[in-house]
Ligand binder design. Structure first.
Ligand SMILES: *[C@@H]1O[C@H](CO)[C@@H](O)[C@H](O)[C@H]1NC(C)=O
Ligand SMILES: *[C@@H]1O[C@H](CO)[C@@H](O)[C@H](O)[C@H]1NC(C)=O
Ligand SMILES: *[C@@H]1O[C@H](CO)[C@@H](O)[C@H](O)[C@H]1NC(C)=O
Ligand SMILES: *[C@@H]1O[C@H](CO)[C@@H](O)[C@H](O)[C@H]1NC(C)=O
Length: 182
C-alpha cells in the first residue's frame, strides 16, 4: 500500500512538473511580448568643440587594427518616441559601447534606460553584441527596476541613420517577456 502511494505521488509530481514547464514555455512566444516599447536612440559623439550639443565621448582611441577596434565611448543619450532628435526625450540611455572586432564594425553595448516620466518610472538594463553589418541585432534585456521590476526580454537594434562617426540613430524595439507590473 505504502509502495503504491509513493509511486502515485511520484507520477503526480512528474505530471505537474511537465505541466508547469509547458505552461511556462507557452508564455514565451517571441511574437507575444507582455510589453513592447519602441524608442529611438540618438548618439552625438563629441568632436572636440561641441560640448553643449554632444551626448557621448570617446574615452579610449581606436587603434592601428582598424574598424575602431579598441575604441570605447561613454554616453548619456536621449531616447525619443519618434526618429526626431529634437522630440522631447521619453528616457535616457546611459552606459557605454566599445568596438571589439578586427575585421568588421562590431560593438558591444552595456547601458541602462532610465525612465522618469508620468508614463514610466524605473530602469531597464540592456547588454550584448551589436554586429553593425546586420540589418537587425538582438541584445538582452537582463533586468529592470520600478515599473520594470525584474523584467527580462530582447531589444532589437536597427540603424536608421549614421553621419560619419559623429551622429547615429538606432531604433530600439524593446520586447519584454517577463512583466511583474502592469
Ligand atoms: C563640431 O561640431 C560643431 C557643431 O556641429 C561644429 O560647429 C564644429 O565646427 C565641429 N568641430 C569640429 C572640430 O569638427
Ligand atoms: C586620440 O588620438 C587623438 C589624435 O591622435 C588625440 O588628439 C586624442 O587626445 C586621443 N584621445 C584619447 C582619449 O586618447
Ligand atoms: C525625476 O523627475 C522628477 C520631476 O521632474 C525629479 O524631481 C527627480 O529628481 C527625477 N529623478 C531622477 C532620478 O532623475
Ligand atoms: C547637434 O548635433 C546634431 C547631430 O550631429 C546636429 O544635427 C545638430 O545640428 C547639432 N546642433 C548644434 C546646435 O550644433
Amino acid at each position: 500500500m505504502i509502495q503504491f502511494v509513493k509511486k502515485s505521488c511520484c507520477i503526480l509530481f512528474f505530471v505537474l512538473l511537465i505541466c508547469c514547464v509547458s505552461i511556462h514555455s507557452k508564455t514565451l512566444k517571441p511574437d507575444e511580448p507582455c510589453k513592447r516599447i519602441v524608442l529611438y536612440y540618438h548618439d552625438i559623439l563629441f568632436n572636440g568643440t561641441d560640448l553643449a550639443n554632444a551626448t557621448s565621448v570617446k574615452i579610449t582611441n581606436d587603434t592601428q587594427f582598424g574598424f575602431h577596434f579598441g575604441m570605447m565611448v561613454v554616453f548619456d543619450d536621449p531616447m525619443t518616441k519618434d526618429g526626431n532628435l529634437n522630440s522631447p526625450p521619453a528616457a535616457r540611455a546611459q552606459g557605454f559601447y566599445f568596438y571589439d572586432k578586427k575585421d568588421t564594425f562590431n560593438a558591444w553595448f552595456a547601458y541602462t534606460l532610465i525612465f522618469n516620466s508620468t508614463e514610466y518610472k524605473g530602469t531597464l538594463n540592456i547588454m550584448g553584441a551589436d554586429p553593425l553589418p546586420e540589418k537587425t541585432r538582438d541584445l538582452s534585456v537582463v533586468g529592470g527596476t520600478g515599473d520594470f521590476f525584474m523584467a527580462r526580454g530582447i531589444a532589437t537594434f536597427r540603424t536608421e541613420d549614421a553621419q560619419g562617426d559623429y551622429y547615429f540613430r538606432l531604433q530600439m524595439d524593446i520586447k519584454l517577456y517577463e512583466c511583474y507590473k502592469t
